[in-house]
Design a protein around this ligand. Sequence first.
Ligand SMILES: [Fe+2]
Length: 294
Amino acid sequence: MDVKVLDISFFNDTEPSGKIKECFEQEDVILIRGLDLDENRFEALTRIFCDDFCRISSRESLRKREGDGLTTHTPRENFFLFSHSEAAYAPYPKTPDIGFLMCKEAPIVPGGETTLVDGVEFLNEMAHELRKRFKNEKIIYEFLWEPDRWKAQFRVSSEEELFALLNTLNTIKFSLNNGLLHMFYTTSALTRMADGSYAFSNAILAHLPSLDHPDYKNKKVYCKESNKVYWESGELLPKEIVNQLVTIQDKLKYKHQWKVNDILIFNNLRYMHGREMTQGVSNRELFSRFGYVL
Ligand SMILES: [Fe+2]
């Protein structure tokens, strides 16, 4: 895949927001260069597209104080994070439409790229039988969350509020024990695009308990033991299928090598993003926001 680069320094007008929006609507993923924004102006840029933003509950400790408090750092640990649509594992609120990433410190060693995979290409690349299965069968995400996580994700402050919200959702099964929320969320791994085509866009590969793929032996890949993904029938997504998905991801992924002040904007319902490990020790500072289209 190609990413359209929009270099604002070539623009004559002082107000490039119209051009940025128009370009994104045509491309679904763009890279903006030539701006040098602080957190508040970054937030203002994202408000050209969105009037509501997602609170990323896995990043509570990484939230920035500035502005609306919904800009976060990305995690500072060094690992591979496989392709995912942000927050697609959660039944509520809905999956955000657009992702925004801005680089304030680029890695000085190889690696550390943000990856993007086009979910439409991903689906086309799959073996026919597997594609058919994802079209016909939903998946289930299982997770186990501490109170801080569910309070942030569902924007509630008590177990009573949590129950009141979750009881309105018919896509989940859940239990609450000693404050721990154990949930099973059934949903499609595919998203229908405006033109009727389907994208493989979900959080499967970033929601694995472990990984055993020959290309990632001795590499650190983000996994969490209490996360699992099943077919709708209840069968755990087998290693063979997980590994097919990883191989397709690696064949298709675009690796964005960050330069300071780069801003990447992508359709979160079509493109799955992730990150590569840096090969060596390096700082890497990215700000991120995810929002809902006006
Ligand atoms: Fe993410």
